[in-house]
Write a protein that binds this ligand. Structure first.
Ligand code: HEM
Length: 452
């Protein structure tokens, strides 16, 4: 080869794993740690074997930034990852599983329903809803299963903001439905035959029932010319005017989708927040002081929530160290070059966007829970590609704005109202990875008393 010939592209190295299972158990045990270690050892592109399948992986700031480029958009699609869910609902598509023009159009339909306006002026109402959830599920003296209690809280809040009604009697079914679908069909950490479990079949029928009742409600409102100006109204209006974009077959999935997107993400993140706040007394004191000052006001608004330095710092730091999406899954639409490696058309890829969260190059002393990293002049998260709790590129979380308001409100209210302690007091967090990384479902806190 002469000196002017380009260096030929290499196939990414295979991560050394165990016989037969490959890296399956390492990923299941601690996915964030697995991707960081692999990145350190092999660089920004590698391959992993999980039982009989081999996946490509691109990781680090290089991968996070690649997602936002034109080349990244054109080289990756998300269809295959979500197809199992789409088929299970008998639908033709879902927002997360489409790309390009049609994805843009669907995001356009939903943007207003997920926007800041959807929640503006409703913070006091949300406080009332949050208080109701606290009074119901967080009794003094009791040990509270945190993830479950926060799942109920978020469904109640999202139901109100996005759809105008909280389907509380369906929360358990929505949770079971998501659990099985994500585990067996999306992340595929569990075998498909589990879908025959009668508990799942019952939950599936109930979620379908919920979807059908939402459709019936929208139909009767449309007939009266009273479709609401919220996410559900916008989806249904589009279905009527552009059935090619949202056909009848997609309505159940599209209308119940916000619960799927919001329930596990918010509940797991806020549960990790509860653990972290209780584990670090200096953080707890700042969170409580800020929450007390917030609710000393007669009414709260968006600016008040955005100004919560300690609480938002605690949320940001929680999302850095406990990301609910350690890696995104995509398929290569074509052969493409990444950092000197050749990724192959059709291969399934992990995009390890959370890897930089754990790197001292970007977040000094990365294991330290330091809620002051996010304020200027430090603002460690603002360097391009280093902080991606809400994903990157065209599928970046559409509910981010709502989550950014909902989480500080819920956490401020919970810690304002209640005196909590870990149960048992020295508890060290156990985590789960399926379906969504987060605290174990057994994580409990004890309500010691009412503060305010
Ligand atoms: C802690 C809170 C949340 C986190 C960390 C989070 C994280 C994410 C991530 C990482 C993605 C991208 C997935 C991918 O690229 O494959 C995503 C997408 C999405 N999220 Fe969130 N999310 C949160 C809360 C919410 C909430 C509350 C809602 C709605 C109520 C929501 C709605 C969505 C939707 C609709 C998408 C799909 C966007 C698209 O495919 O174009 N999220 N979220």
């Amino acid at each position: 080869m002469d000196a002017l010939s380009p260096t030929p592209l290499r196939d990414p190295p295979l991560v050394h794993g165990a016989p037969i299972v490959g890296s399956a158990f390492d990923i299941a045990r601690d996915p964030a740690r697995f991707f960081v270690n692999a990145y350190r050892k092999y660089g920004p592109a590698f391959r992993v074997k999980v039982f009989n399948n081999t996946y490509g992986c691109i990781a680090g700031v290089e991968a996070a930034n690649f997602l936002t480029t034109r080349e990244g958009r054109e080289s990756l699609r998300s269809k295959e990852f979500w197809q199992g869910l789409v088929d299970e609902y008998g639908a033709s598509r879902t927002l997360t599983g489409v790309d390009g023009d049609i994805h843009q159009k669907l995001r356009g339909v939903m943007r207003r329903g997920y926007s800041r306006e959807a929640i503006a002026g409703r913070y006091d109402e949300l406080v009332t809803i949050t208080d109701r959830a606290i009074a119901r599920d967080w009794k003094v003296g009791a040990n509270i299963p945190v993830v479950t209690a926060l799942q109920y809280m978020v469904v109640e809040q999202l139901g109100d903001i996005l759809t105008g009604a909280a389907p509380l009697e369906y929360v358990k079914d929505i949770r079971t439905n998501i659990l099985y679908i994500l585990n067996c069909l999306v992340t595929r950490q569990r075998p498909k035959f589990l879908l025959w479990d009668p508990r799942y079949q019952r939950a599936k029928a109930r979620v379908n029932e919920l979807g059908q009742s939402m459709i019936a409600d929208m139909e009767s409102r449309a007939a009266r010319g009273e479709l609401p100006a919220n996410l559900l109204g916008d989806i249904f209006r589009t279905h009527q005017q552009h059935p090619e974009l949202i056909p009848a077959s997609d309505l159940v999935l599209t209308l119940t989708g916000p619960y799927v997107a919001g329930l596990d993400t918010v509940a797991n993140t806020t549960s990790s927040f509860v653990y972290r706040a209780l584990k670090h007394p200096e953080v707890l004191a700042r969170v409580q002081a800020e929450a007390d000052a917030l609710f000393a006001k007669p009414s709260i608004d968006e600016a008040d929530l955005m100004a919560l330095q300690a609480i938002n710092g605690c949320i940001n730091e929680t999302m850095r160290l406990h990301p609910i999406a350690v890696a995104q899954m995509r398929t290569a639409t074509k052969d493409f070059d990444f950092q000197g490696y050749r990724m192959r058309e059709g291969e399934m890829l992990f995009i390890g966007t959370s890897v930089p969260h754990f790197m001292a190059e970007y977040f000094p002393d990365p294991e330290k829970f330091d809620i002051d990293r996010y304020e200027k002049p430090r603002a460690e998260h603002l360097r391009p590609g280093v902080y991606s709790p809400f994903g990157r590129g065209p599928h970046t979380c559409l509910g981010k704005t709502i989550a950014d308001m909902l989480m500080p409100l819920s956490m401020a209210r919970l810690f304002h109202k209640l005196d909590l302690e870990l149960s048992p007091p020295g508890y060290v967090l156990k985590t789960k990875t399926a379906p969504t990384p987060g605290p174990s479902m057994k994580f409990q806190v004890k309500v010691r008393g009412v503060r305010k």
